[in-house]
Design a protein around this ligand. Sequence first.
Ligand SMILES: C[S@@+](CC[C@H](N)C(=O)[O-])C[C@H]1O[C@@H](n2cnc3c(N)ncnc32)[C@H](O)[C@@H]1O
Length: 239
Amino acid sequence: MTLLRDEDLAAAFDHAARGYDALVAVNPGYHAHLRRSVRRLGLPGYGEGLRLLDLGCGTGASTAALRSALPGAHITAVDASAGMLERAAAKPWAQGVSFVHAPAERLAEAGVTGPFDAVFAAYLFRNVADPDAVLTSVRDLLAPGGRLGVHEYTLSGRRADRAVWTLVCRGIVQPAATVLGDGELYRHLWRSVVRFDSADRFADRVGSAGFDRVRTLPLPGWQTGITHTFVARRPGTTA
Ligand SMILES: C[S@@+](CC[C@H](N)C(=O)[O-])C[C@H]1O[C@@H](n2cnc3c(N)ncnc32)[C@H](O)[C@@H]1O
């Protein structure tokens, strides 16, 4: 099976949107880990006056993590799947959150322009056809000194971590997703992770896209060695 990309992936997420929140609710640590990754951006205070971009916001789990740590910021939340975005936008957000239906590859066409003080992308990069191009355009959307936070399934390279990933997908996630009619998307989930960068490789990719201060940070629980936070900075300082 090839990986789902672009319109096919968006259509699969449209269908999966109905069951998405229920599936992640039974994933121990899902929301807490997103909040931890947001805190790792190291943004000041409660984010007053900051402009944040949540790229691949899905049903809003990552948007909620940004909101809870940085309630004073304005968040632009973008997703390529209309179905996922509709679920996100229907949630009760306080002021300061706006949703945009657009692929990460065509943000300017949808009116999403920088500069942003931070871009956060949770579980997005292994889904895009050209992660280098998206990283470069994200860098250009950031203000000088702006932060990048990526929260992603990126295997450590240890065989044991890959085995845990396969066990979790085959034993728990895929059976549940198949009942919901979303088997294809969650087979893509397993495959997209084993084919994507290791954590070290992704950190190198971020550096090659022109970011500095690249750090790779682990997450606790069963996700150790499987999910990482990457934080980095667009070089420069704001005037
Ligand atoms: C696994 S979900 C994660 C959603 C959310 N960030 C979270 O933490 O729960 C990945 C999301 O990325 C979106 N996505 C995938 N490829 C995309 C692209 N090229 N541009 C924009 N969104 C994309 C999907 O539609 C989906 O909603």
